[in-house]
Design a protein around this ligand. Structure first.
Ligand code: IFM
Length: 440
């Protein structure tokens, strides 16, 4: 069996991580504070993709990708409350048109971690009004650009925003407050409900979802009931709460402790799955703010440059569990930080093998977007974490196609995994130059 006809094969990016020049949002402000970002890196110039998008898309097209996931930068489109920038909207119109012209299906994210400074100053996601502000922005985008894309993500990884920004305090707004995290999540759920309704009323055929970061949580010591209990609690809170709230049209526990909002039921037309890793959880009384769960990594576990466990079976398990939602699924992110490109080929084959097995077992997966095409600004890790199929040096802007990009290109072209996998020969350094190579 090959992958289904029309399967979407692409890569995913986010505006702030690749564009450069985004100075009007909360992340740019956060980056200016010493200690917030590794090595003092800043998101400008990133990949200078705001100016180089056309040649970047040419390269991805040459690598046989037939789809592309990108995000729009809210602070460019609405730099001050209620004032929409026509030049910014026109820019994104041209970006989406450039994909369409190349026969690449766009999947557009409206919110990928960054809030305009004026939204952050007015309370960010903790302020209930941010749901209305987000919906107004979404409506304007749908009015202006809705004809150019069918697939839309409202918010990327709501639980990650809540966890990193409001529990760990490592991302803006830098809080460590469980109540604030729950309030932020409630606003995001309400923002999704409102944005979904408005986009649908303008474009009934639009396919809309959230991109949901799902981690597999297993008990570190399966024979210990406490470990099993915290792993189950993590799974419920991180993996199930948002999806269930969107399916039912009402908040479910623990969000009910922060609000009692209701909205329309079934406001996802597909599920966007971002899958990276598994975490083992052990009960630890000292981890009060983390549901008494300490995350551990076994010494011998294969791991990425960021110490994330490589666990391809987790993609199979995640897809199987999501199939209970009875919606089509798009893998909106999956990737590895691997500067040497030594693990990425095997990562691709094992994860795509797991995805194929899930499809064969009946899970309706419609597409796969590898994170990411170009090494880019990896939030608090700066430029140190290299997730790209293509290396990109922010100083020179040189793009160099890695071997794994060629392997992925072959998979996209064939719409299948290679029968006998021949991994590329050992590279000179770890990469080789990009060029108009005929990849067939
Ligand atoms: O780079 C991020 C992306 O912005 C959201 N999902 C996880 C990726 C890797 O950490």
């Amino acid at each position: 069996m090959t992958f289904p006809d029309g399967f979407l094969w692409g890569t995913a990016t986010a505006a702030h991580q690749v564009e450069g020049g985004n100075h009007g949002n909360d992340w740019w402000a956060w980056e200016q504070v010493p200690g917030h970002i590794k090595n003092g890196d800043r998101s400008d110039p990133a990949c200078d993709h705001y100016r180089r998008y056309a040649s970047d898309f040419d390269l991805l097209k040459r690598l046989h990708q037939n789809a592309h996931r990108l995000s729009l930068e809210w602070s460019r489109i609405e730099p001050t409350p209620g004032e929409f920038s026509q030049p910014a909207i026109q820019h994104y119109r041209e970006v989406l048109q450039a994909l369409v012209d190349r026969g690449m299906v766009p999947l557009v994210t409206l919110h990928h971690f960054t809030n305009p400074t004026w939204v952050a100053d007015a309370g960010g996601w903790e302020a209930p009004e941010t749901a209305d502000r987000f919906a107004r922005y979404a409506e304007r985008v749908a009015t202006e650009l809705g004809g150019l894309a069918r697939f839309w993500i409202t918010i990327n990884e709501p639980t990650v925003i809540a966890y990193q920004g409001y529990v760990r305090g490592e991302w803006p707004p830098g809080k460590r407050d469980l109540g604030a995290a729950a309030r932020a999540l409630v606003t995001m759920v309400r923002g999704h409900w409102m944005a979904y309704t408005r986009i649908k009323s303008l474009h009934p055929d639009a396919q809309i979802g959230v991109a949901h970061h799902l981690r597999v949580f297993d008990p570190a010591r399966p024979f210990m009931p406490q470990d099993r209990a915290v792993a189950a609690a993590f799974n419920r809170v991180f993996n199930e709460t948002i999806l269930k709230s969107l399916r039912l049209g009402r908040l479910v526990f623990p969000l009910t402790r922060a609000g009692s909002a209701t909205g329309p039921a079934h406001t996802q037309d597909f599920i966007g799955l971002n899958y990276y890793a598994r975490e083992l959880v052990r009960f630890n009384r000292r981890y009060r703010d983390e549901l008494f769960g300490e995350r551990v990594l076994p010494a011998d576990a294969p791991r990425s440059d960021l110490n994330w466990e490589l666990y391809p079976e987790g993609l199979f398990r995640a897809l199987r569990s999501l199939s209970r939602e009875r919606l089509p699924i798009i893998v909106t992110e999956n990737g590895i930080a691997d500067a040497a490109d030594a693990m990425r080929p095997d990562f691709l084959l094992s994860h795509l093998g797991a995805m194929k097995r899930a499809i064969q077992s009946g899970v309706p997966v419609r597409g796969y977007f590898h994170w990411t095409c170009f090494d880019n600004f990896e939030w608090a890790e700066g430029y140190s974490a290299k997730f790209g199929l293509i290396a990109c040096d922010p100083a020179t802007q040189e793009r160099r196609v890695r071997h794994s990009a060629r392997l992925y290109a072959e998979i996209c072209r064939a719409n299948d995994l290679p029968v006998s996998v021949e991994l590329p020969p050992a590279p000179r350094a770890d990469e080789e130059p990009a060029g108009p190579t005929d990849l067939r």
